[in-house]
Design a protein around this ligand. Structure first.
Ligand code: DAH
Length: 335
């Protein structure tokens, strides 16, 4: 009897060890420990044993076998559960470290970069940023700036006229420069005025390597008491050093603009000694102050204006300015 019990126990343990799924273990538990299981069958034979000692020994052996079987089932169950869990985790695993494509991060166009840096530098020098419309009146764009109808300086600007309902023909233009923002600012706010006005301007020009009919300028205007040419020269110099670097310096050359008197052009000298022409400037003409509603006996001012695209082009050594406006991503990506 004891031998039968031991044999049944060994068979049970072997079957448990051979189980490969949790379902197998559950089925085995029923077969081995259930009412019709091998151990239960052996239990029914206990009563037939001859002596009390035999019964006791066999009963003990049966209890042992039952406990061992049950412990083996538990152990096998938890081992298989662990394996199945590990397999499921492995199957459901997401590899978040995998990079399928190179991330593409964009950046601002080189004209925008130059525009924003110019604003930053002038704001750092104490200027505010002003704006004006791209579609202007002839008065703001020319007349208020001392270029009356028929003024010869008007022919420097190849103007694009716009049909504007209600306005006489030839009185609405796409602004040819940012200088009309000077007039709008003076009409809009009391001096002291310290502003820069970056913006898009338009001329009826045929595109070539250094011209575009649409381009960008930045205008500067200062109106305060006792402003002199020295303030203008000092501001241009401070700007040159702040924007280009301390190795750069600037100079003013005499020139002519109808809206400034005296007028100048300003150049910057690179550390290698090369001079680059940058823009126009001068002391605001008394007629222009008057057009802006400001008394030239009390206030004086200076103004300047220069091209932004030119600066971006110089900085990145772009040979043909038209390349900058094709919208071709292969061009923009280079900078
Ligand atoms: N508006 C001029 C142009 O487009 C540039 C300019 C010259 C602006 C002298 C100024 C200035 O403010 O004082 O050619």
């Amino acid at each position: 009897m004891i031998d039968d019990i031991r044999a049944a126990q060994q068979t049970a343990l072997d079957r448990i060890a051979a189980a490969t799924t949790l379902d197998d273990v559950t089925a085995l538990a029923g077969q081995l420990l259930g009412k019709r299981g091998d151990l239960a069958q052996l239990k029914t034979r206990l009563g037939a044993l001859a002596t009390v000692d035999d019964k006791k020994a066999a009963g003990q052996a049966l209890n042992e076998a039952t406990a061992e079987t049950s412990a083996a089932l538990d152990e096998r169950r938890s081992a298989l559960a662990g394996q199945e869990r590990a397999a499921r985790i492995e199957a459901e695993r997401l590899d978040l470290t995998e990079i399928l494509t190179r991330p593409r991060r964009g950046h601002a166009h080189i004209v925008t970069q130059a525009w924003e840096r110019l604003e930053d530098v002038f704001v750092g020098l104490g200027f505010q940023v002003a704006e004006g419309p791209e579609v202007e009146t002839d008065w703001h764009n020319f007349e208020a700036l001392n270029m009356g109808v028929g003024h010869p300086a008007r022919s420097d600007f190849d103007t694009l006229f716009v049909d504007h309902a209600g306005a006489p023909a030839g009185t609405t233009v796409l602004r040819t420069h940012t200088s009309p923002v000077q007039i709008r600012t003076m009409l809009d706010q009391e001096p002291p005025i310290y502003i820069v006005a970056p913006g898009r301007v338009f001329r009826r020009d045929t595109p070539d390597a250094s011209h575009m009919p649409v381009f960008h300028q930045i205008e500067g205007l200062v109106v305060d008491r006792d402003i002199s040419l020295a303030h203008l020269a000092g501001t241009i110099e401070a700007f040159t050093k702040a924007f280009f670097g301390t190795g750069f310096t600037s100079r003013l050359r005499p020139s002519y603009f109808p809206f400034t008197e005296p007028s100048g052009e300003f150049d910057i000298r690179t550390p290698s000694g090369e001079w680059l022409e940058l823009g126009g400037c001068g002391m605001v003409h008394p007629d222009v102050l008057r057009a802006g509603g400001i008394d030239p006996e009390v206030w004086s001012g200076f103004a300047f204006g220069f091209g932004i695209d030119r600066m971006a082009r110089e900085r990145h050594a772009v040979s043909d300015i038209r390349e900058m406006f094709t919208g071709d991503i292969r061009f923009s990506e280079q900078f």
